[in-house]
Each structure stands twice: as C-alpha cells, then as structure tokens.
Design a protein around this ligand. Sequence first.
Ligand code: NAP
Length: 474
Amino acid sequence: MYYINGEWHESDQKEQITNPATLEVIDTISVCGAEETKVAIAAAKEAFKSWKKTTGDQRSAYLSKTVKLMKARVDELAQIITLENGKPLPDAKREVLGAISYLDWYAEEAKRIYGEVLPASHKDKSLMVIKQPVGVCGAITPWNFPLSMITRKLAPALAAGCTVVLKPAMETPLSAIKVFECFHEAGLPKGVVNLVIGPDAEGIGKELTSSTDVRKLTFTGSTFVGKKLVRDSADTMKKVSMELGGHAPYIVFEDADIDLAVEGVMLSKFKNSGQTCISTNRVYAHKSIAEEFAEKLAKRTAELKIGDGLEEGTDVGPLINKKSLDKMKEQVEDAVKNNAKVVTGGNVYDYEDGDGYFFEPTVILNATDDMVIASEETFGPIAPVFTFESEEEIVEKANNTLYGLAAYCYTKNLGRGLRMMKELEFGIIGINDPAPIVIQAPFGGIKESGMGKEGGKFGLEEYLEEKFVSIYEN
Ligand code: NAP
C-alpha cells in the first residue's frame, strides 16, 4: 500500500515484510517505484500552493489531531514496530511516545514562526526578513526507529508549511503506513503528505534528487547513501539535511563513578541491539580502572536477556537482517585475529532453534586501533574496550574518526568535563549522560555524520527559507 494525493493505492507488485526474530512473514504489501514517486511529487507540488497559505494555527490543529489519533493507537503502533524491527515491546512503546512528542512539539512551533525587522541604513528605507516554507520536501528514513524518524522530519516540515513525499526503509514500511493512516484520518488536505514504498530505493531516490520541484531533501541513514544523495541533489541545488552514521567514543576517566559508567554503556550500547546512530562504538577506559570497569561491564552484559521483542523481560532483540548479523561475526573474528579477548558473548545466538538474526551482547578486551571495529560503524551489540593514559591522548583518539555524531565522557571533575565538551569533535556530547537526546535540543552530527539538525526550534529552521525585503518609502 502506498499513499498519494490523499488516497491509498494497491499494485500488482508485492513485497513480503518479515519479522527479524522469527523470519515469519508478517504482511505482504503493494509497492511502487520511480513512476509513482513522480506522481507523488506532482501531488505535493499542487498541494503546496494552498498548504503554504494556511495559518500556523490551522497547521497546528492538523498536527494536534494526528497526535490525538496516534495516542489512541500507542499499543498497536508499538506492536507493529516490534514485529517489523525486532526491538523489545517496552522500547517500541517508548519510540511511539517519542514519535508523538515530535508532532506535539511542532504543533506548538507552527504558531511561532517569526520574521525580523532590521535596522535600515537609509532614512527612507524599511528592511525585513520573512520566513517561508521551503516547498516540496523529499524524506527518506531508516528502519532502526521506523516511526520516530518519520515524525522527526514530517512534523517540522508540516509545521513550516511544506508538503512531503516520504520513502521509508523497505524493512519497516508498516509503521509508516500506520502513521499515514493517522494523517489521513486527521483530514490533512490531499497531497500534503505522500508515502512511496518500494524496493527500488535508488530509482525512488533519483526521482527525489533530480526533480526541480523538490526543494529539500531530508535523509537519515548511512553515510555512504547520504553522500550519494548530496551529490545527486547538487544539480538542482536543493537544501539538504543529512543525519548519517556515527562512531561514538565512550570515555571513562579514572575519577568517574564506575558503576554509573557501566550502566551508561548498557544503555548506549545495547538498547535497540546497538542499532542506534548514537550508540557507543568505542569504549575507552583509563588504564588505572580498566580492569575493574571491564569486569563489571562483562558481568552486566552477560545478564542481558536475549529474545523475541514480544516476550516479556527481553532486553536485547534480533538484528535487522542477515547482513548485520554477518557484520557482527566479521568484526569479532577480526578483533580476535588481532589479539582481542572476548570476555562475554561473541557468537550468533540460537534463539529457540529458529532462524532469527540474534547475536550475543558482547564485550571485547584488548581492543586496538588496527582492528576493523575501531573505525567501522558496528551497529550491533558489541562493546570493544580500549585503554588510555592521559587526557591529551584520549582527545586525539576519540576524535580520530571521520564521523562526528555523538561522544560520551564520564568524570567527576567539572573542569575536565568542560574541556571535553570543547575538545570533542561531535555534534552531541553526553557528560555522565548516556542518553543526550531531548526534543528541544538540536540532534545531528558534524564531519561525515552529516549536516543540519532535527529537534526543537533548530529542526524547524531546516524547512524554512529566509527572504529579505527592502522597501523604499517614496
Ligand atoms: P541506508 O542503507 O542508508 O538506508 C536508509 C534509507 O535509505 C532506507 O530507506 C533505504 O531504503 C534508503 N536508501 C538506500 N539506498 C538508497 C539510494 N541509493 N537512494 C535513495 N535511498 C536509498 O541505511 P541503513 O544501513 O539501513 O541504516 C543504518 C544507518 O543509518 C546507520 O549508518 C546509522 O548510523 C544511520 N542512522 C543515522 C541516524 C542519525 O540521526 N544520524 C539515525 C538512525 C540511523 P531501503 O530500505 O529500501 O534500502
């Protein structure tokens, strides 16, 4: 099923959606491709003519209505996320509430889009800056947060007065269908939001990037695909926002609260089976406390319960697909070949003799810079522990990556925390905080982790253009 110009469409081309915990088919859906994307762009272009003229209050009312509808379906939405993505049901529920909160926040922000009056340099002139919606936006989202990545883009776009063509990940389109059902029920005018679902990501992407009618492209996914989309968008000089990969360092100084630091890794490494762009990738423990820290970390990691996300008490669900599972095996094999020691986990997990993509939560000691895991994004439940001896050394090591999304630092020394805040080259820094994400804050990376921000007032600006007006009062 896909949704164009206010209507649901079926086609002869079908795709099966499977549960990564069991490999059972959970649904078979109609899909589309480049041709339908062209039609969706045309519908969004037509709808933009009137949507851009709506008042902030009107757009706010549509978003609030969608919030109400989604709130009534929290359990249903969470169930879908768990079935298609695999994450434990309580985490899926948290994602649904998070997804709703973006719509809620931007329903308010829609009313607060201000321009500015500038001081003139001539006595007979008046100068002002007005803000207007960018236009038709293409949005491409990943599977790891199949609902909240959608609302984090669509809520500010709609609040700003833009219309949208969304392409969700092929692994998790059911969450997207559900949120579009809510948009439909909320009565959004036809063409304002359009959903294209199909396996030809490249073909759909090409339509979105090459169209002169699409004025902005917002993408969350891998750095590899992000770079391609930026290159392809250059010809039509689109505004782009890119939320890409990461390789977060997690630094534990000798003066840190070790237990707190261990619990932080449990959250930032193993939630969502490590499939989060701000997940810890490299744990750096100061040499003097490394042994105690690693022992505690391994003990806590071994306690995690692996299983189907629908089963009560599951801490860690499956990975999304076989490719991810193979990557875990390869990273561990490479680390072991380079003298790392696996202290817990390290293997594919055979869950109930099934075919699901489970990998044991893993802690690796003696990690070194020449291992693949030291530079390649893991996107899975493996925590490699490196050691360091000085603040100067760790700043250099932590920054020695092409990525710049999130970094974590544990210390009780305020001065050191502040120095880290300034020295670490990442867009998001958690100091004694493993979850530095909050709706009012700018979320996004620097370097090859992307450009542009999502969240709060910063996220709204991405969908607005500034227009300067100079008036000569004759
Ligand atoms: P991916 O391969 O880049 O896929 C992401 C999305 O892009 C999917 O919808 C995919 O469609 C689509 N896509 C793939 N190739 C495309 C192309 N040539 N043209 C247009 N669209 C294309 O990423 P992934 O590996 O599934 O997702 C994990 C990555 O996302 C990680 O690197 C992670 O760090 C990053 N991520 C970043 C953030 C952030 O906020 N910075 C948040 C979450 C995830 P199909 O599914 O149909 O292939």
